[in-house]
Design a protein around this ligand. Structure first.
Ligand code: IVH
Length: 659
């Protein structure tokens, strides 16, 4: 065997060992032996650069030279499932299916509903070709480079198994196992970074990383649960999934054929309890009609198949005793009531604090110290109090109902009610300690001025020492070299992010971008009237009033003047203006369908604002079709025939976003 042949052989062996390890959990060689083989392959590949293969096991490590992800249309739209929450709704589904099949017998396949993000994988001749995220269901992002680093996703299939189609698509869920999630959040906490609220967010944030090395290091996992191919032998979903497993995919071992509603309900109640010991998060059970022929009879609605449904588990709850309610002041002065509880175990972690959200919710919960309360972990990391534990009835020792504080628990100012947020806030933004800290932390954060080296601890020190009082003071601190450099670098941050960094209430990243583009510089914005603010797409009453308020305060204007002297950017650059006006120059657009982010009229205006033209119907002169949901099939066909590019909403927004 020559070295070239040996490379191919090593690749195949490594793929198989990978499969044995990650999918079958039955390795036949030691980790050390695996690493040695991999090193040998790496060495050989370096000698034969012409034999580069993106699907080689050596490519699992990823690389940091990623670009933006391309948006690609799905061959078949990725639908969602309708949800059910109790036995009656599951029974209704069962009866609907039975009726639609004219009373013929049918089997159901019940399986775990994995709580990650869905992925569509395309294989050609046994090799992974493309991996797309769900996106808006019609267009997804091509994340193939990242997906290649996930060990349980095969790059090469066991081609010696009969029945492997030349081309097929398989869908599944990408997940971050609890163990990886906990490790990741621990690391992030140590580095003062924001924590991920749950494994789903962590998996999704990871998969969107531009650096596939990061993806490789985060320990993602994947389960496949839906095979789409016209040429597979089996007639059942369950059989297909067993086939897929033999080809090399990780398929859930916890799937079951149910012949009766009772069997189905037993499966559901079993997993409602036992899912807690699974290595990954699940949020329900998916129920599918097993026969593919019957699936075709049942068909689809616009949103979801009629042959499948999800049953969602109730979030886990725990009962404990309320000891105290404290009030926390956030960056914008909003005061949040927090319940301090007797420690209790909930979804694997000890909980002793839970949010009570706001004054209205606190009021409706009717709480007293000593009450037995139920806490629940929703999708968020912070548990919440959802009600009183009725099993304990009224507890006598509790005196009066807990109400909201009237004054700021930190600085003592009288709180003000904000209708926009159904919350109370402390108006003393200039002097109230947590607000001062919060504003500074926000200012240096990654999405704002990105002064990574100046973290929360340093900020607290500076404030406590009296060196810094507001954001403009940061530029006068005699920092050591590295920090000084990163502050210097922040002077290049574009206007829209500076505007965001100012921390104007309700002005998030998107509003800041919109305002920067419309008003071009801070002077225009400072002198803008309420009317002209309201005329801006995407700016409503709440934001407009907040902007007016912010600039009516003298200290805020003073801070801006100081920052201007320091050299921060308070205007969009000529280059940005140029790009703004020109991006769509000379291009004509046809708009079709329903949109999620903006109305059709808003899109028309945006097209004109950026130099493009709106036209009514598709012709060979049309440059693009901007397509939302439910675009008419005839338009779709025509555009395709004429070779006109169809843009999704996100692609269009990307096109006009100025970087
Ligand atoms: S089947 C047309 N099976 O749940 C049916 N989906 O709301 C395609 N999911 O977007 C989905 N586990 O991300 C299916 N065992 C499973 C699943 C599953 C999780 C997710 C999937 C989908 C969502 C449905």
């Amino acid at each position: 065997m020559n070295e070239r042949e040996y490379i191919l052989k090593l690749r195949e062996q490594l793929h198989r060992h990978n499969y044995n390890y990650y999918v079958l959990s039955a390795p036949t060689i030691s980790d050390k032996q695996f690493d040695e083989m991999l090193k040998e392959l790496q060495l050989l590949e370096s000698r034969y650069p012409d034999m580069f293969d993106p699907n080689s096991p050596t490519q699992r490590v990823g690389s940091d030279i990623g670009g933006d992800f391309q948006s690609v249309p799905h061959k078949r739209p990725m639908l969602s499932l309708s949800n059910t929450y109790n036995f009656e709704e599951v029974r209704d589904f069962y009866n609907r299916v039975s009726d639609a099949l004219g009373g013929k017998s049918f089997q159901l396949c019940a399986e775990l509903k994995y709580d990650g993000l869905s992925i569509s994988l395309h294989y050609h001749n046994g090799y992974l070709k493309q991996a797309l995220t769900r996106g808006d269901g019609v267009f997804g992002d091509d994340v193939t480079v990242n997906v290649r680093t996930i060990r349980s996703i095969p790059l090469m299939l066991n081609t010696d198994i009969a029945g492997l189609p030349e081309d097929f698509e398989i869908r599944g869920e990408i997940l971050m196992p609890w163990s990886s999630f906990e490790r990741l959040n621990k690391e992030r906490a140590e580095q003062g970074e924001d924590l991920f609220a749950n494994p789903r967010n962590a998996a999704s944030g990871t998969l969107k990383s531009k650096d596939s090395k990061i993806v490789a290091s985060r320990g993602l996992d994947a389960y496949l649960y839906y095979l789409l191919s016209d040429n597979v032998s089996g007639d059942g979903h369950f059989e297909n999934m067993q086939l897929a497993r033999s080809w090399g995919f990780q398929v859930s071992p916890d799937m079951r054929i149910c012949n009766t509603l009772e069997e189905l309900w037993n499966f559901i109640t079993f997993w409602d309890v036992n899912r807690k010991s699974l290595p990954v998060a699940t949020d329900g059970i998916v129920i599918k009609v097993n026969s593919l022929a019957q699936q075709r009879v049942l068909g689809m609605t616009a949103k979801s198949p009629r042959w499948a449904i999800a049953y969602k588990f109730q979030a886990e709850q725990a009962s404990t005793i309320l000891r105290e309610v404290t009030f926390q002041v956030g960056r914008t002065g909003v005061v949040t009531p927090v319940a301090n509880l007797d420690s209790v175990l909930l979804s694997g972690t000890m909980v002793h604090r839970a949010t009570l959200h706001n004054a209205d919710i606190l009021e409706s919960l009717d709480l007293h110290i000593g009450d037995h309360v139920l806490v629940e972990k929703g999708g968020e990391i912070i548990p919440k109090v959802v009600g009183k534990d009725k099993d304990f009835g009224h507890v006598e020792l509790a005196e009066h109902k807990i109400g909201f504080v009237k004054r700021c628990p930190v600085c003592g100012s009288l709180l003000v009610r904000s209708n926009a947020e159904a919350s109370f806030y402390c108006p003393n933004d200039a002097e109230c300690y947590p607000q001062i800290l919060g504003r500074l932390e926000h200012f240096v954060s990654r999405k704002a001025m990105n002064v990574g080296l100046v973290g929360p601890e340093i900020i607290a020190q500076l404030v406590n020492q009296g060196l810094v009082h507001d954001i403009s003071d940061l530029y006068n601190v005699p920092f050591e070299k590295k920090m000084a450099e990163s502050l210097l670098k922040s002077k290049e941050v574009p206007f829209e992010r500076v505007l965001f960094a100012l921390g104007i209430r309700f002005v998030g990243e998107i509003a800041a971008k919109t305002l920067a583009r419309k008003f071009k510089n801070i002077d225009n914005l400072m002198s803008a009237s309420l009317e002209s603010l309201l005329e801006t797409d995407g700016i409503g009453n709440v934001i407009a009033e907040s902007v007016i308020n912010f600039f009516s305060v003298d200290t805020n204007r003073l801070i801006i003047e100081k920052l201007r002297l320091v050299g921060l950017r308070f205007a969009i650059s000529d280059a940005e203006i140029g790009v703004l006006q020109d991006v769509l120059n000379g291009q004509s657009f046809v708009i079709s369908g329903v949109f999620a982010h903006h109305s059709r009229d808003e899109y028309k205006r945006m097209i004109e604002q950026y130099g493009g033209k709106n036209v009514g119907s598709i012709s060979s002169k049309t440059s693009f079709v901007l397509a939302g949901d439910n675009m008419g099939p005839s338009k779709y066909e025509k555009a395709n025939k004429l070779g006109i590019k169809i843009l999704s909403e996100d692609e269009f927004l990307e096109m006009i976003s100025v970087r």
